[in-house]
Write a protein that binds this ligand. Structure first.
Ligand SMILES: [Zn+2]
Ligand SMILES: [Zn+2]
Length: 352
């Protein structure tokens, strides 16, 4: 066991502050990583404030962070994919049972025994796992990803959650050249969805509530832009989409978007509104439309996504901050005051 610097919250109402946490010495199959950047995901904030207490209560102190990019510092004797000095990444998962049908299918994210990067039971040290707001982390090789060398590490960090969350459903629903794809909500997830849909060759339409985002949407790769409050603009697209990715976490009218799908069109939810959505059966029945959800992606697909990003030189648009600004960043996140993801420069932790 060794100690490493980190930022932790002591309770649901405490700010994140500097501390030290234990990490295990790497076992034969582990990779030790010096963390360079960690993205700030909205789930970090939910967990820190125990807002998901019903299904995922938070154990304190909590060290959040699951969008991790760093440099390998040590590897165990059986590790074959990494050597010291390699650029590596860790996302939302650090372990699973490896034996259930989900794991065997490469869909570790659905494993009943999956271990999340933070706030999950830590079988090595006891207590709970600690995430990426820290100077280093030790992870089983199977859950460590390779990062293409051409990608900027600060912008690559958010790919590990915001990236895979939007890439996976597009692959599952076979998004390809010539398809018409809508993206609802141009935030951390949505801006990545626009980039991926564009890179996959789709005709991309961005939906937002704010006309201010129009230029940005085009810059990110959208072919068209629709202000969702404008009923006329919405009507022009009725029945025309192959696929819509809905990344909105607030309450909204899902039927308005279902009606924009063509025959056999699919709308996938990746945002998670707290209240149940009201779904009109007619909106589904009339054109054999479907509504589904998606949650991050498996390890193999996460690697595929990173390789795709390397090939297309895709990263998230980030605002890099020192760890000392993390509490301020959380307040700004609540106001959607970021384009489009915060990425913490972990070098700033050295001065703590
Ligand atoms: Zn996340
Ligand atoms: Zn499993």
């Amino acid at each position: 066991m060794y100690k490493t610097k980190a930022y932790a919250a002591a309770s649901a109402t405490s700010p994140l502050t500097g501390t030290t946490i234990p990490r295990r010495d790497p076992t034969y199959r582990d990779v030790q990583i010096d963390i360079l950047f960690c993205g700030i995901c909205h789930s970090d904030l939910h967990a820190v404030r125990n807002e998901w207490s019903e299904f995922l209560p938070t154990t304190y102190p909590i060290v959040p962070g699951h969008e991790i990019v760093g440099r390998v510092s040590k590897v165990g004797s059986a590790v074959t994919k990494f050597k010291p000095g390699d650029l590596a990444a860790v996302g939302c998962l650090v372990d699973s049972d490896g034996t259930c049908p989900q794991c065997k299918a490469g869909l570790e994210q659905f494993c009943p025994n999956l271990i999340l990067t933070f706030n999950s039971p830590d079988k090595h040290l006891g207590g709970v796992t600690y995430g990426g707001y820290s100077a280093s982390i030790v992870v089983d090789e199977h859950f460590v990803l390779r990062v293409p060398a051409n990608l900027n590490p600060a912008g690559a960090a958010p790919l590990l959650c915001a990236g895979i969350t939007t890439y996976s459903p597009m692959r599952h629903w076979g998004i390809t050249k010539g398809m018409k794809v809508g993206v609802v909500g141009l935030g951390g997830l949505g801006h990545m969805a626009v980039k991926f849909a564009h890179a996959l060759g789709a005709h991309v339409v961005a939906f937002t509530t704010s006309p201010r985002k129009k230029d940005d949407a085009r810059r990110l790769g959208a072919d068209e832009f629709v202000v969702s409050r404008n009923a006329d603009e919405m009507k022009q697209h009725a029945g025309s989409f192959d696929f819509i990715l809905d990344a909105v976490a607030a309450e909204h009218d899902i039927n308005a978007y279902l009606n924009l799908l063509g025959r056999d069109g699919n709308l996938t939810l990746v945002g998670a509104p707290a209240k149940p959505l009201g779904v009109s059966a007619f909106a589904l029945i009339m054109a054999r439309r479907s509504l589904s959800g998606s949650n991050i992606g498996g390890i193999a697909e996460t690697q595929e996504m990173l390789d795709f990003c390397g090939k297309h030189n895709l990263t998230a648009d980030v605002e890099v901050i020192p760890i000392q600004k993390v509490n301020e960043a959380y307040e700004r996140l609540l106001k959607a005051d970021v384009k489009y993801r915060f990425s913490i420069d972990m070098a700033s932790l050295k001065s703590e």
